[in-house]
Design a protein around this ligand. Structure first.
Ligand code: FES
Length: 222
């Protein structure tokens, strides 16, 4: 397995050009705000294949990620098209919480009615496999990078927190399926990128399962 590589300056410039919303520049996060990713996260881990040329990657080529080193409850962050992509391995307790009223009563769009995910992730867990959550880690309010606040002792969110993400910019909250809370500034659930399992423990970010043509450019908000 190849070691993960930070984006080159050329990749960075290309990615920024492609992303019309400069405030969402993930590379700024990498340069100055790694701490907001969260204590249980790891940055640039486990990118299993970077075989495409650097220019091709910057243009949006799929990225393969080996999931086998990720422990239950752990989240990693990789870059795709200059954006942070979170991959979280949810625990059985977290999956149970996602289906409970303790979580769903807090949410604006618990059924993911807004077009923020492909059909293959329009379900209670907003993913292909319940255990694995794959999200674009960009707040749907004004584009900050929310903090990972897991369920249980590692979270600083206080009693009743169902696990999820907290955006420190203006206080938006999301659960561990990326579903936005009611009464916060963010209007939509966090986007799900196109992705596909190419093996039991390997996911390809940027490529849909066969038969789907889902594209992030079509969704309500990114
Ligand atoms: S950018 Fe996240 S709450 Fe405003």
């Amino acid at each position: 397995m190849r070691e993960p590589q930070p984006l080159s300056p050329r990749q960075s410039a290309s990615a920024r050009h492609d992303d019309t919303v400069a405030r969402r520049d993930f590379l700024n996060l990498v340069a100055g705000s790694i701490a907001v990713v969260g204590a249980a996260s790891a940055l640039w881990p486990f990118i299993d294949s970077l075989e495409p040329a650097a220019d091709t990657l910057a243009a949006g080529a799929p990225v393969d990620v080996d999931l086998s080193p990720i422990k239950p409850g752990q989240q990693i962050t990789i870059a795709w098209r200059g954006r942070p992509i979170w991959i979280l391995r949810r625990t059985p307790d977290e999956l149970k919480m996602l289906q409970s009223a303790a979580d769903t009563r807090l949410l604006r769009d618990p059924d993911s009615a807004a077009y923020q995910q492909p059909k293959y992730a329009q379900n209670w867990h907003r993913s292909v496999k319940p255990e694995w959550l794959v999200l674009v880690g960009i707040c749907t309010h004004l584009g900050c990078i929310p903090n990972f606040e897991p369920l249980g002792g590692a979270s600083s969110m206080g009693p009743g927190w169902p696990g999820g993400y907290f955006c420190p910019c203006h206080g938006s909250k999301y659960d561990l399926a990326g579903r936005v809370f009611a009464g916060v500034p963010a209007p939509y659930n966090l986007p799900v990128p196109p992705y596909n399992f190419i093996a039991d423990n390997k996911v390809r970010i940027g490529e849909n399962p066969q038969g789907s043509t889902y594209d992030l450019t079509e969704i309500e908000q990114i």
